[in-house]
Design a protein around this ligand. Structure first.
Ligand SMILES: [Cu+2]
Length: 242
């Protein structure tokens, strides 16, 4: 849990590379944690250091006053927009004063999806990124399962296999490259993908797109990429929803 802290003075921000007076901490990828992307947690920095956020997909960057995700992100104090949501954008902040500073993505659901914020701080400037564990259950969104990257399995990308979910959960697919998303009726790749039952197009092929499905009923649900050859190559995932 994060101890309450006084509202820090805002860090000086810029979206252009700045001649460094300190080291530059690179946050790459700035995307939803999950899979090979560990939670962002807490990082230490010195006054004069910069942090560069390399967006993977459609994300933005706000400075926020604590480790609790805002309900809405507007560019009015105590929130401060560093960069509006930008596909594969890049933003840099420089720490000009000591303190504790938090940054989060303003895209709906992304800050809560970080779902992790460790305690543990050291001296000097710090900043954290992402979500909070302090929201009461009544305001906590249903769990989001992140499929990131949604791409052809291989190398560091494990086969998608089967995932468990509860009714009310959502799954967000973060495309890496040109992919799409269809719901299909079983674990067999269709010969062709057309948006007619029993197939259902969730998102047409989109470069670095993002698609979310919400499970409203229990059952088994399969999703696949409609790009030719991708489903047979492994872009097929099953959800068991209870
Ligand atoms: Cu694909």
């Amino acid at each position: 849990m994060v101890a309450p802290t006084p509202l820090p003075a805002p860090a000086t921000t810029t979206t252009m590379p700045t001649p460094p007076t300190g080291k530059t901490i690179t946050i790459d990828p700035w995307t939803l944690p999950g899979g090979p992307v560990p939670p962002f947690g807490t990082r230490a920095a010195k006054v004069g250091d910069s942090a560069m956020f390399v967006f993977q997909g459609l994300h933005g960057l706000f400075q926020i006053p604590s480790g609790t995700c805002p309900q809405t992100f507007t560019d009015t104090p105590p929130l401060k927009q560093i960069m509006a949501p930008t596909n594969n954008g890049r933003a840099t902040v420089m720490f000009t004063t000591p303190g504790t500073f938090w940054y989060a993505c303003p895209v709906p659901g992304h800050c809560p999806a970080a779902q992790y914020y460790p305690s543990g701080s050291s001296g000097g400037s710090e900043y954290g990124t992402g979500g909070s564990t302090t929201s009461p259950p009544s305001t906590t969104p249903a769990p989001t399962i992140t499929i990131d990257p949604w791409t052809i399995p291989g190398g560091a990308v494990q086969p998608f296999g089967t995932r468990n979910a509860k009714v009310g959960d959502s799954a967000v697919f973060v495309f890496q490259g040109l992919h799409g998303l269809f719901q299909i009726p079983d674990g067999t790749c269709p010969q062709t993908f057309t948006d007619t039952p029993p197939l259902k197009q969730i998102m047409a092929p989109t470069n670095n797109g993002r698609a979310t499905v919400t499970f409203t009923t229990a059952g088994n649900f399969w999703y696949a990429c409609p790009v030719p050859g991708h489903c047979p190559a492994g872009m097929l995932i099953k959800f068991v929803v209870t």
